[in-house]
Design a protein around this ligand. Structure first.
Ligand code: NAI
Length: 341
């Protein structure tokens, strides 16, 4: 029995996390979900969308899975996601991009992962005005943060039996900041036994603009891509677009002590409460979480169930062109999983 913090979140969050819980239970993993309310519902009471008790629960359990949280526009709250990342030092954002047979998208057979440094670069918030005629944002790249993200990427590449690890950068122009990232990349890859001329596993580097073009032209040539924050933010959404959009893509924010798994999509207020949301993204996030805690058998069961349901194409949610409700999709997925146990 695992203790895991569950933040259902706002909008469709409740519907998709209910579905996810049922699927994980069907796959045979017993979890004591510690449900924590954050987001819109608690703002009036606690004057923040992220009360301290939510952070305390994650610090206690070490692992959390969360639904989307509405970011109130213009009310001055910092984004819950950014706050959690900072508070828990979740330095690695991991986004696997995989295509499913049966989901209409530009490509089939895509399987790569973007690993984005989550704590610095232009997102460090070092900004200032220069009078009223200029604004300046500082791009900060440190050796420590670069070392730990590249080390994480090396281990991820090996653990998942990928062949190629690519560093995405713009060191030809930003010779000092991205130059340091690239230099550290080679050092840490070497320490992990991954070299540029390796046979079974190798590393290389790609300039970010060329990476954007090649991800669109030949995405199947990539395996694992590691990069500073800003490039990761942009290319991970590009990746989602290659395989059918944000509705199916999972992600993980991982640090030394804690990990939070979450769907990439938002709270979709237009369809909230209608029972038609697609729970695939949060279910795939749960698959990542199960792998993280070592429940590989259950992870494979769920992943194969998803492959089957999409390939058959009979019980598909509205966003992917079908007419199944969240409940019908969940029940069918659970039936497939039960049959394969
Ligand atoms: P969104 O992802 O909620 O919606 C974009 C479009 O995709 C809408 O048409 C929506 O109906 C559809 N969609 C999204 N997820 C779906 C699902 N699982 N099944 C079926 N259709 C789905 O993005 P939007 O509208 O920009 O943001 C809405 C709210 O969510 C905002 O308050 C935003 O701040 C918040 N948000 C929260 C995130 C998080 O907590 N991780 C991430 C992105 C947005």
């Amino acid at each position: 029995m695992y203790d895991i913090t569950l933040i259902p979140g706002d909008g469709i969050g409740l519907e998709v996390t209910e579905s996810m819980k049922k699927v994980v239970e069907t796959a045979g993993v017993e979890i004591n979900w510690e449900e924590m309310i954050a987001g819109e519902k608690v703002i009036d009471k606690y004057k923040t969308p992220l009360p301290e008790y939510v952070i305390e629960s994650i610090k206690k359990n070490k692992i959390a899975i969360k639904g989307p949280i509405t970011t109130p526009v213009g009310k001055g709250f910092r984004s819950v996601n950014v706050a959690l990342r900072k508070e828990l030092n979740l330095y690695a954002n991991v986004r696997p991009i995989k295509s499913f047979d049966g989901i209409k998208s530009r490509y089939s057979d895509i399987d790569f992962t973007i690993i984005r440094e989550n704590t610095e670069d232009l997102y460090a918030g070092i900004e200032h005005k220069i009078g009223d005629y200029a604004g300046e944002s500082i791009k900060l790249i440190t050796r420590d943060a670069s070392e730990r993200i590249v080390d994480f990427a090396c281990k991820y590449t090996k653990d998942n039996d990928y062949k190629r690890l690519s560093c995405v950068h713009k060191a030809n122009i930003m010779k000092i900041s991205d130059g340091l990232f690239l230099k550290v990349f080679d050092e840490i890859c070497n320490k992990n036994g991954i070299t540029r001329d390796g046979e079974d596993i190798y590393c290389d580097d790609v300039i970010v603009d060329a990476a954007a073009m090649n991800l669109v032209l030949n995405p199947e040539l990539f395996n694992v891509l590691v990069m500073p924050n800003l490039y990761g933010d942009i290319l991970s959404d590009l990746g989602a677009g290659l395989v059918g959009g944000l509705g199916i893509i999972p992600s993980a924010n991982i640090g030394k002590d804690y990990a939070i798994f979450e769907a990439v999509h938002g709270s979709a207020p237009q369809i909230a409460g209608k029972g038609i949301a697609n729970p695939t993204a949060i279910i795939q996030s749960a698959v990542m979480m199960l792998r993280y805690i070592g429940e590989h058998k259950a992870a494979i069961l769920i992943e194969n169930g998803l492959k089957k349901i999409f390939k058959e194409g009979k019980v598909i949610t509205v966003d992917l062109g079908g007419n199944a409700s969240t409940k019908e999709f969940t029940d069918e997925l659970c039936r497939i999983i039960k049959n394969s146990i």
